[in-house]
Design a protein around this ligand. Structure first.
Ligand SMILES: *[C@@H]1O[C@H](CO)[C@@H](O)[C@H](O)[C@H]1NC(C)=O
Ligand SMILES: *[C@@H]1O[C@H](CO)[C@@H](O)[C@H](O)[C@H]1NC(C)=O
Ligand SMILES: *[C@@H]1O[C@H](CO)[C@@H](O)[C@H](O)[C@H]1NC(C)=O
Ligand SMILES: *[C@@H]1O[C@H](CO)[C@@H](O)[C@H](O)[C@H]1NC(C)=O
Ligand SMILES: *[C@@H]1O[C@H](CO)[C@@H](O)[C@H](O)[C@H]1NC(C)=O
Ligand SMILES: *[C@@H]1O[C@H](CO)[C@@H](O)[C@H](O)[C@H]1NC(C)=O
Length: 377
C-alpha cells in the first residue's frame, strides 16, 4: 500500500473508533418530580373523578401531554378526554384541549391512549397525534373503541375510524364489552391492541387489529387467549427490546400465583404473541410480583441491555429488569399507587415519568406525576 493511501485512510479508521455522535438535537435533562399535581378535580366531579392516566412525549418540542378518564359534574354526562400539557418536563401543567365524541353522541368515557405516528401511514403524516379510547353512552349499554387524530400537534382532534364495537361496559364474564386500547407501529402498519369479551369461548382475551390507512381494520387476531373460560388476561402494553423481541405485559386473572398477577410474553413479531407460549409471571428476587393493571416501557439506560420497567395497579413500586426480562428487581418510586399508571421514557434517556390518576372507586383521586432515574438504579 502506498504511503499516500495509508495516510488518507488513517483518519477514516480513527473516525470509526470515535464513539457515535449524539443525536442532532439534544433533549434537556428531565427534572426530578415527586408527586407533582397535574389536575385536582373540583368537588362537583363524579367519583372516582379521575382514573387511568396516559401520557405522550412530543420529542421535537419536548412537550409532555397527559390525558385520563375524566368523571365530570352531573353524573359524568357526555364526558370528554382532557389533554393537558407541560413544556418544562412535567413541573407545570395546563389544559391544552378537550376531546369530545364527534360521532356517537355518547362521550369519550373510558381508557384513553395517546400515540405519535413516527412514519406516514395512509394519508396521515409522521407527527400526527393519535388518540384511542372508548366511546360509551351514559347508561353504559355499549362500548365503541375509536381512533381520533390531530394533525396540528395535539390541539384539535378529528374522528378517524371505529375499530371495535362491544356490549355493556361491565367487566363481568358473559358481558361483551371491548376495552383498553394500545397502539404500536409495525411493518408500516398500525396495530390496535385491546381486550375483548365478545368471544363466547373466553371470559376475556387480548386481541389486535391492523390497519395500513387508519380507516379500514383487518381481522381480529388473538394475542393472549387461555382455554379456561374465566382465565381473563387484560390490559396489553408492548415495548420493543434492543435484541429485537417485543415485550407484552398483561394482568392475568387465572394466574397460579394470585388473581391478576402480571405476566409477560416475548415475540419477535408483535402480531404473533398467541404463538409465544403461555406467558411467565414477573417475579423479583425477593419473591414479589406486580399485581393488576400493568404498564411497561423499555429504557435505553442502566446497562448493556437497557432496562425494562413494569408498573402495576396495587403498589407504588415498579419492577425492573436489566437482562431482558430474565430476572427482576423491585424498586421504590415517589408516585402513589394508581389503577393502571402510565410510564414514559423522557428525552434524557434515563428518566421515566410515572403518571397516576387514582384508584378504582377512589373518592379523592387526582392526577399526579413523578419520575425515577433508571440510570441511577
Ligand atoms: C363545578 O365546579 C367548578 C369549579 O368550582 C365550576 O367552575 C363549575 O362551574 C362547576 N360545574 C357545575 C356543573 O356545577
Ligand atoms: C345522578 O344520578 C343519581 C342516581 O341515578 C340521581 O339520583 C341524581 O339526581 C343524578 N344527579 C344529577 C346531577 O344528574
Ligand atoms: C412552575 O412551577 C413552579 C414550582 O411550582 C412555580 O414556582 C412557577 O411559578 C411555575 N411557573 C409557571 C409558569 O406556572
Ligand atoms: C431477547 O432476550 C430474551 C431474554 O434473554 C430472549 O428470551 C429472547 O429470545 C431474545 N430475543 C431475540 C430476538 O433474540
Ligand atoms: C444482558 O442480557 C443478556 C440476556 O438476557 C444476559 O445474558 C446478560 O447478562 C445481560 N447483561 C447484563 C449486564 O445484565
Ligand atoms: C392526590 O391524591 C392523593 C390520594 O388521595 C393524596 O394523598 C395527595 O395528597 C393528593 N396530592 C395532591 C398534590 O393534592
Amino acid at each position: 500500500m502506498h504511503l499516500f493511501t495509508l495516510l488518507t485512510l488513517l483518519p477514516l479508521a480513527a473516525a470509526t473508533a470515535i464513539p457515535q455522535s449524539p443525536p442532532s438535537y439534544q433533549q434537556p435533562s428531565a427534572p426530578a418530580l415527586d408527586s407533582v399535581l397535574i389536575f385536582d378535580p373540583p368537588s362537583n366531579y363524579t367519583v372516582p373523578r379521575t382514573l387511568y392516566a396516559r401520557t405522550l412525549l412530543l420529542k421535537k418540542t419536548n412537550t409532555l401531554l397527559a390525558t385520563w378518564e375524566n368523571y365530570g359534574p352531573n353524573n359524568n354526562t357526555f364526558p370528554y378526554f382532557p389533554i393537558y400539557e407541560s413544556t418544562d418536563g412535567g413541573v407545570n401543567w395546563s389544559e391544552r384541549t378537550k376531546v369530545y365524541d364527534q360521532v356517537n353522541g355518547w362521550g369519550l368515557r373510558y381508557q384513553p391512549f395517546l400515540y405519535e405516528l413516527e412514519e406516514d401511514i395512509g394519508d396521515y403524516a409522521a407527527g400526527t397525534i393519535l388518540l384511542a379510547g372508548s366511546s360509551i353512552p351514559d347508561d353504559l349499554s355499549e362500548t365503541q373503541l375509536e381512533l381520533y387524530a390531530s394533525t396540528d400537534g395535539g390541539y384539535e382532534f378529528t374522528f378517524v375510524s371505529h375499530v371495535a364495537r362491544g356490549g355493556v361496559a361491565l367487566p363481568n364474564n358473559g358481558e361483551t364489552p371491548v376495552w383498553e386500547p394500545f397502539l404500536l407501529t409495525y411493518n408500516h402498519e398500525l396495530i390496535y391492541y385491546y381486550s375483548d369479551q365478545r368471544d363466547p369461548a373466553h371470559g376475556q382475551k387480548l386481541v389486535h387489529q391492523v390497519s395500513s390507512d387508519l380507516l379500514a381494520w383487518g381481522p381480529i387476531v388473538d394475542d393472549v387467549a387461555y382455554p379456561t373460560y374465566d382465565w381473563r388476561p387484560g390490559m396489553t402494553t408492548v415495548s420493543l427490546l434492543p435484541n429485537g423481541s417485543y415485550f407484552l405485559t398483561y394482568e392475568f386473572y387465572g394466574a397460579v400465583e394470585e388473581a391478576f398477577a402480571v405476566y409477560y410474553r416475548l415475540s419477535e413479531d408483535p402480531t404473533k404473541f398467541d404463538d409465544a407460549g403461555d406467558g411467565s409471571v414477573i417475579r423479583a428476587g425477593d419473591g414479589t410480583f406486580p399485581v393488576g393493571s400493568p404498564y411497561n416501557v423499555w429504557v435505553p439506560s442502566g446497562g448493556e441491555n437497557g432496562t425494562i420497567v413494569v408498573s402495576c395497579g396495587t403498589e407504588g413500586d415498579v419492577w425492573v429488569s436489566g437482562d431482558l426480562a430474565e430476572t427482576w428487581e423491585r424498586v421504590a418510586t415517589p408516585e402513589k399507587t394508581s389503577y393502571t399508571r402510565s410510564l414514559l421514557v423522557e428525552g434524557g434517556g434515563g428518566t421515566v415519568l410515572i403518571v397516576g390518576a387514582g384508584v378504582l372507586n377512589g373518592e379523592e383521586n387526582n392526577v399526579t406525576a413523578s419520575t425515577i432515574d433508571v440510570g441511577g438504579l
